[in-house]
Ligand binder design. Sequence first.
Ligand code: PLP
Length: 366
Amino acid sequence: MDDPDAAWLTVDLNALAANLAHLKALSGEAEVAPVVKADAYGLGLEAVAGRLWAEGARSFFVARTAEGESLRRFLGEARQACIYVLDGCTSGAGPRLEAAGLTPVLNSLPQIEEWAAHSRGRRRRLGAALHIDTGLNRLGLRIEEARSLAQARDRLGDLDLELVISHLACADDPHSPMNARQAIAFEEAAAVFPGVRRSLANSAGVLLGAAFLHDLVRPGLALYGGGPTGRPDPELRAVATLDAPILQVRSVRPGESIGYGATCIVDSPLRAAVVALGYADGVLRAGSPRGYGWANGAACAFLGRISMDLIALDVTGCEATPGDRVELFGANILLDHAAAAAGTIAYELLTRVGSRVHRRYLGAGA
Ligand SMILES: *Cc1c(COP(=O)(O)O)cnc(C)c1O
């Protein structure tokens, strides 16, 4: 039974499936390989990956080795997904990666050396992906390192190079000249590994058009309903809804203040709903001044500071009573709007939802 006093993160798996179908339609021939790192952006790895598998996804990306191990354990022997680990082969990770059948996205020459040595030691031809940096300067070989590697392929030992990737820095801004620069750099870098599949696009990259699709795309956020350009995308459905119950509705008189620090001073009589959700649940405290929730058909502004367990909302204009649920994001307050009000991005709102919030699932696979 759902606990009516708890905050709930409701995940609509049918909406997730619809977003996958939309991304597939945009991706043409390219394989859509969902990114399910960070517990599928906080929505729950098992339910999300389980449904995506049922919808035909066969390759997945995670960040950490441990995430890959969890995904493999969940999918089991029968569902033979290809699981790429973006951290690559960190020092000593070889045995774990091999045991869980994970494919590291090798990010540096020492990582290549580590995974190739492991493969040699085991006398097994192990799979690998290669990350080439084209401008983000985060992970990946420099282009000149990739070139010299291509000329000395014995450094890859017996590794089976399955995929070459790079990652876009400014894909959320379709007008950024960085996108074309990276696309060209990636073409050149990937060309030194002929016959190897290529991947450049994240969610936003998929929207940039055919030059960015290559053989495989790696969307995360768009699957979970976030607009790739930081604004709601009408083609994507809201997947996640965060709501919590009102504990008390109180009348506040002019001259009184609300909340810690007495930062909010009331100038005309109002009704404040106190909601059972706070920064411990992932509502960003820094978002206090401009945030709002949805109560009984109306958007209601936050009043004063967000505390650990509670938020006050102005419900003067609506009929809110204790027990009513207030939506923080979902179908009424779109994730991207909630993120903008909190001064952050949809990714952070999703991944911050705390462990006190109950997850529940709608749709097939729930
Ligand atoms: C997180 C990540 C993605 C997914 O990005 P979205 O913007 O969520 O689609 C793709 N590729 C890499 C390398 C990533 O780190």
